[in-house]
Design a protein around this ligand. Structure first.
Ligand SMILES: Nc1ncnc2c1ncn2[C@@H]1O[C@H](COP(=O)(O)OP(=O)(O)O)[C@@H](O)[C@H]1O
Ligand code: SF4
Ligand SMILES: [Mg+2]
Length: 325
């Protein structure tokens, strides 16, 4: 792993505007609210948190599918957060995304060859014959058959469709791939297969991943480090093993305690921390610590002062007043 990060996100914000009728003041959905992290070349950073906490928005904003509200997105040393579309083109090729829903993310009117080759055309990467060769090679690589090229998405299972989505992402030889819950919609029996394939491809092609998942059980093995998000904020970031062995933020502790343990004897030993209440709305997040409405350790200070993400042990960051010394 080289020292210079491939991707560095600094104070990234993405607010969506919620229109409230003609004369009312617009309200902001603070989907991503001041998030910073970096990903080294060849690294996989896991990003977890409950549904709605801003994981997909973070990913989509980094690759400029959404316009950032504020902050920097530094890709190989260049801040691409405000680059105009024309200058963004080469970066669009470097950064690809694998989507959660293999049903919705593939155009049902296009053949597999057209789907996989589309970005190849957009970026003018070669002749029709070269494209056909790339498609065939990619189909081999993701475990599909070459004759599948002329078929349509509805002819495939969920797992096969996800392979088509992966082949599509790889067609332009990207450096960075955002895997947005790529296995959540797949049958449990094939999830491990899909993760193994993504790991093999990463090694073979030197890829860097941001791997998004809604719970911690799916990201442990693939991630070098893991970030935990809550209501638009990064609340903890640590090397994968350390996050599991020593979670410091009460929210991470609760997420970890929710992972089912296969061994019944151990399951009894394990204390489940129940998260009280619902996730508050990002339209009107709690003041102070955003987790304070559900935290069993909350103190008066938590409602008044927002805890900052800081390094509490080497490489281990957390945002909680309990960790102040
Ligand atoms: N295009 C959009 N317009 C308005 N609100 C959005 C949009 N996309 C996401 N949101 C809101 O932003 C918040 C974060 O959503 P998202 O990033 O999809 O969360 P996650 O991927 O963690 O489930 C949610 O409250 C969601 O409703
Ligand atoms: S800052 Fe307070 S409310 Fe927030 S996680 Fe820590 S103890 Fe809980
Ligand atoms: Mg999502």
């Amino acid at each position: 792993m080289a020292d210079m990060p491939l991707v560095e996100v600094k104070n990234l914000k993405k607010y969506f505007t919620k229109e409230k009728g003609l004369f009312a003041k617009p309200q902001y959905i603070k989907a991503v609210d001041d998030v910073s992290f970096s990903i080294a070349k060849g690294e996989t950073l896991g990003l977890v948190g409950e549904s709605g906490c801003g994981k997909s928005t973070t990913g989509r904003t980094i690759i400029r599918l959404y316009e950032p509200t504020a902050g920097q997105i530094i890709f190989e040393g260049t801040d691409i957060a405000k680059l105009p579309e024309k200058k963004l083109m080469p970066y669009r090729r470097d950064m690809q995304m694998i989507f959660q829903d293999p049903y919705a993310s593939l155009d049902s009117r296009m053949t597999v060859a057209d789907i996989i080759g589309e970005a190849f055309d957009i970026h003018k990467l070669g002749s029709a014959a070269e494209k056909a060769e790339v498609v065939a090679t990619l189909l081999d690589r993701v475990g599909l058959k070459r004759e599948h090229a002329s078929r349509y998405p509805h002819e495939f299972s969920g797992g096969q469709r996800q392979r088509i989505g992966i082949a599509r992402a790889l067609a332009v030889r990207p450096k960075f791939i955002i895997c947005d819950e790529p296995i959540s919609a797949l049958d449990v029996s094939i999830q491990a297969q899909a993760v193994n394939m993504l790991e093999d491809l990463q090694k073979e092609l030197g890829l860097t991943y941001l791997f998004i998942a809604h719970d911690l059980s799916m990201v442990k093995h693939i991630s070098n480090r893991i970030g935990v998000m809550y209501l638009g904020k990064l609340v903890e970031l640590a090397p994968s093993g350390e996050l599991y062995a020593q979670p410091l933020h009460p929210y991470t502790q609760a997420l970890l305690s929710a992972i089912p343990v296969p061994d019944p004897a151990k399951a009894e030993e394990k204390q489940r921390i129940m998260l009280e209440g619902e996730v508050p709305s990002p339209l009107n997040p709690p003041s102070g610590c955003r987790f304070c409405t559900r935290c069993q350790y909350r103190m008066p200070r938590c409602q008044e002062e927002e805890p900052q993400l800081r390094e509490v042990a080497p490489g281990h960051f957390a945002a909680c007043h309990l960790l102040d010394r």
